[in-house]
Design a protein around this ligand. Sequence first.
Ligand code: NAD
Ligand code: MG
Length: 403
Amino acid sequence: MQQHQLCILGSTGSIGESTLDIVRRHPERFTVISMSANSRVENMLAQCIEFKPQYVVMGCQETATKLSTLLVENGIANIDVSYGEQALCDIASSDQVDTVMAAIVGSSGLMPTLSAVKTGKRVLLANKESLVTSGQIFIDAVKASGAKLLPIDSEHNAIFQCLPEFEQHRPGECQLADNGISKILLTGSGGPFRTKPVSELADVTPEQAVAHPNWDMGKKISVDSATMMNKGLEFIEAKWLFNVEPSQIQVVLHPQSTIHSMVQYKDGSVIAQMGNPDMRTPIAHAMAYPERIDAGVEPLDFFNTKPFEFEAVDFERYPNLKLAIDACSQGQAACTALNAANEIAVEAFLNYQIKFTDIFRINELSVQQFVSQQVTTIDDVISLDANVRVYAKDQLAKLMESE
Ligand code: NAD
Ligand code: MG
């Protein structure tokens, strides 16, 4: 049995909580050395009491001070509490940990995840935005350090499980054609608005958008699932993780979310990974890899499961997905710009500032504006990300004035 020393970036989120549930079930395998959260002090306090980490990083000085006070009040004196991005990078790269769960949402996860990659950790990658935003730079860092990348995103974890074992050991450098693989079939449920008339999409509320039919997730990724930007980000993520051309990835709508993705071989075989939609399955798979452990997930009951359905994607309903697939071929600037604009637009939608359909308008304008920029270094990524955010906020302000 392998034992792992864990750093959990984003422990209070949906993925973070599921990760801790796996730790709870297997205390002999996993020790939590460090955890981080942005603002949820009470949640973090409860996690500290239960998991007794040595280091905790919060989003700002105020939340760090609040947590420290609460820890003392609860008789806990031996946890080192700090805050901010450098502290996140420090816990992710510390010699005391061998495994980092990268589960911060958005491009705030980029630098801490890269720190873990550069120091050769086993990196359990939930934070797809960091790979979308830095692509080749991220993969080059994996190759240079020998970090072990294990996908947490259910689709990529499924694809990973359907690959020959040899290829599982070299994400970013896979040679799928050499293994007789012709295509990756990326499944997506289509989100809560798959059957809603397209003309009514402008009026959907944040509450409706975050109510995903199959998965229980954080708010940002839930809105991304409703626009299918999530599938777009995953399309780009798949290109980098499995070293494939966009033409070798096909999105397949599968409303039941039972098949989590598939790999098509040239002899006609299609290998699928399936299960009930519960993120603890891919999380447990990656945490214990190459061993298998109990994840607390009910096995599929084939006699009481809904019939499997499949559909082609309607890009009129999901224009953000088309934008992302195009960005994947256009290059890094388009992908970085799309991700940054989308974070701004989704936040504005969740704050009732813009309509659901305006997310696409902001995203499209931002990609057009920045598509031809050069992005070769991490500094290029960071400055482009910042510039896009300013531009997207300007466009938001204009939209809000005109509506
Ligand atoms: P969430 O909103 O539930 O949690 C996000 C976590 O990140 C929280 O712990 C929060 O404190 C932390 N955080 C937020 N902003 C931060 C900042 N600026 N600095 C530092 N920490 C910050 O999100 P989630 O659903 O758990 O998703 C996390 C990541 O996993 C995302 O990248 C998402 O795309 C990916 N993912 C999630 C799921 C899922 O089922 N939830 C599935 C696949 C991939
Ligand atoms: Mg996914």
